[in-house]
Write a protein that binds this ligand. Structure first.
Ligand code: AMP
Ligand code: MN
Ligand code: MN
Ligand code: MN
Length: 299
């Protein structure tokens, strides 16, 4: 059955490379009719308590979330974790380790940009990074737009910061096996983020899904802001083929930059297991003022 349920399980705040605070994002999700939300900042769960509290205050259900950067077959793959215990020591330390190399990488990116005449990019990007540990390509992109080098962040990624272009620095992120283990051992569920974005051959993609599943990964993003409608269909097939549940998330970063508004994606295609069904006991359900709750309160 097609689920009309409005779950948005992929979004970013100022804790990583989004432009809205966790509270502003929660309010925007609520306005757009989101019933179940997850904040999934890159490699960082420092915003989880704020996001959960904001969701609770707005009467919106919440799942803890993170998006972990992984290196797999010389590409960066993102693994979303949902419904984990945010105090889990192994997860916290694994994420700290994953964030560790970002400053050095950012300095090398700035050196590479300086060679094509773009000066001061490290300091420029850092100004946009609310969380200095999480300086990312997105912050460089904002600096290049601010200084008039490019019209928008999408043009930046086309001309700079991607493989083969000035400003790109290869980086070693977490291992797929470790990222899945951190999430799973913290009681959460691992999801392959936006699979259509990777430039894998069919064999490499098969290896990603096979290894992910072998390590205990359980789901794949089918409906995401990064996929076309045709890709919803093809990754629905992949989910069925690999016995994975399906997730849905906008990957919203910013009102000015994101094509896909939080909470506005179409529902999952029919015949899939929604990931939130596997996470029913991990959802932080907000107290709703109902007859049942009122009756309970009088006892
Ligand atoms: P990083 O983790 O520093 O490598 O930065 C990755 C982030 O850059 C992603 O999470 C996106 O927010 C952003 N990004 C990557 N590719 C693009 C693109 N083609 N257009 C816009 N944003 C992108
Ligand atoms: Mn991002
Ligand atoms: Mn991603
Ligand atoms: Mn993302």
């Amino acid at each position: 059955m097609t689920s009309p349920f409005n779950a948005d399980l992929h979004s970013h705040s100022t804790v990583s490379d989004g432009t809205l605070t966790p509270e502003e994002l929660a309010a925007r999700a609520k306005t757009n009719g989101v019933a179940l939300w997850a904040l999934t900042d890159h490699d960082e769960i420092g915003g989880q308590a704020r996001a959960a509290a904001a969701a609770r205050a707005l009467g919106m259900d919440y799942l803890t979330g993170v998006e972990i950067s992984v290196s797999f077959l010389h590409q960066t793959v993102h693994i979303v974790g949902l419904g984990f215990d945010a105090d889990n020591a192994a997860l916290v330390s694994g994420l700290r380790q994953t964030r560790g190399g970002r400053e050095q990488r950012a300095r090398e990116m700035a050196d590479s940009l300086a060679k094509v005449g773009i000066q001061g990019a490290f300091e420029g990007a850092l100004k946009y990074a609310g969380n200095h540990d999480l300086i990312s390509r997105t912050h460089f992109a904002r600096f290049l737009v601010e200084t008039g080098v490019c019209r928008d962040t999408h043009e930046v990624f086309r001309k700079y910061l991607t493989e083969g272009k000035p400003g790109f620095v290869e980086h070693r992120w977490a291992k797929l096996k470790d990222a899945v283990a951190w999430i799973t051992q913290a009681g959460g569920l691992a999801v392959i983020a936006h699979p259509a974005r990777y430039k894998f051959s069919a064999n490499e993609e098969f290896a990603l899904f096979t290894e992910f599943k072998g390590h205990g990964g359980r789901a794949v993003e089918v409906v995401t802001g990064s996929h076309t409608p045709a890709e919803y269909i093809s990754y629905a097939d992949t989910a069925r083929e690999f016995g994975l549940a399906a997730s849905r998330g906008s990957d919203f970063h910013s009102p000015d930059e994101s094509h896909t508004e939080i909470g506005t994606l179409p529902p999952l295609p029919a015949g899939l297991t929604p990931v939130w069904e596997l996470l029913a006991d991990r959802i932080q359900v907000t107290a709703r003022l109902s007859l049942g709750a009122a009756a309970l309160a009088t006892h």
